[in-house]
Design a protein around this ligand. Sequence first.
Ligand code: PMP
Length: 445
Amino acid sequence: MSQQPGPDRRTTDAVAAAGSRLDSYVDRYATRTHGMTASEVRSLFAVASRPEVVSLAGGMPNISGLPLDIVGSLMHDLVTKRGMSALQYGSGQGDPVLREQICDVMRPTGIAAHPDDVTVTVGSQQALDLVTRIFIDPGDVILAEAPSYVGALGTFRSYQADVVHVEMDDDGLVPERLAEAITTTEASGRRIKFLYTIPSYHNPGGVTLTSARRAEVLEICRRADVLIIEDDPYGLLGFDGEVPRAMRADDTERVVYLGSFSKTFAPGLRVGWALAPHAVREKLVLAAENSVLCPPAFSQLAVSEYLSGHDWLGQVKDFRETYRERRDAMLSSLQDLMPESAHWTRPSGGFYVWLTLPEGIDTKAMLPRAVTNRVAYVPGTAFYADGFGSRSMRLSYCYPTPDRIREGVRRLAQVVEQEMELRATFGAWGSPQRPGLDAPAPDQS
Ligand code: PMP
């Protein structure tokens, strides 16, 4: 957030002051750590991970379909046959063979890249950290969808960026609102460093930017000279098998594209990448070397062997089928059980549904009651830098089985019903809604 004193800053300072009794280092921490606060719902998640609770909260990929015997023997061979390189330091930019393979992995998105422009990172989360580190000074503005990925918002906060949210609807980011946000932000004298966007199978929105809008977003950013960070960990996980065309495929200079093997192979290996224009790539590698020297050789070679020695695309197809079945279970249960005044997105890929409840319900306040009723979700406010989203929540269908999903939605619907009764008795509360996914026009609900 910005360095100017404001309500957020006062709140974090107050929290820090309260913690000082416990933390004798508090007056030594750098200012940037003030934004690094534990999630308010973290304690509830400890409860939510109990087996009796159906967690629709986490975004853990379902890796139970992975052929662990094949992966195990591949890793065994890696150590016995290539141990001298697999267990050694490597290049700061990443293994050259893997970088070539990454270019092949990106090809279905329309991207024709050169391995020199690829930097391997420790998950795409590190790529997010590196781009933020090289572009953001405290108070710089990052444009991001409303809502946006919670892990990116945490990173942006830790570099003291000011996030300006831009409305989305069922077709993704709304180009007119983007143009307005750019004009208003620039008119206020603030510097926009980049637009952060997840165009395909959005986390947490569950929506996908249409191809017409992709062209418009590119055009608006070109005209305003705004760099785009295109975060695409779910692009290959579309349920109809189609891979949306990446914006990077149509502009090699304005877009930094982030990819990951976390959802198409295994998150535990922590391998992702950034594809960046040449000059940016050089800075990224320097920043990465400062941070981790080099990405882990073992993980990179394991991914590389998996890609070359296994039908990894067949595996991705299996993942898609699994997630499609779970998406269907969630959407049909929501349709059967949620009140008419609730509305939700209908993802065509990825892991998430964004659910917005009737007016007056505050999903953060409702969470303890939901957990008592043995179901968990992530309240909508976690996905905003500015306190919006109080009526919404993210539901993920990637991990629980279809039966558990149906049971989870059933329990959630019971809590929503009780909450609506309470509101009818005691009156509504909750914060105002931002237009867009949280409060669509009446004809959309
Ligand atoms: N971006 C988005 C949109 C995500 O959903 C995630 C993980 N949930 C990441 C980045 C980070 O993924 P990883 O570091 O595992 O590649």
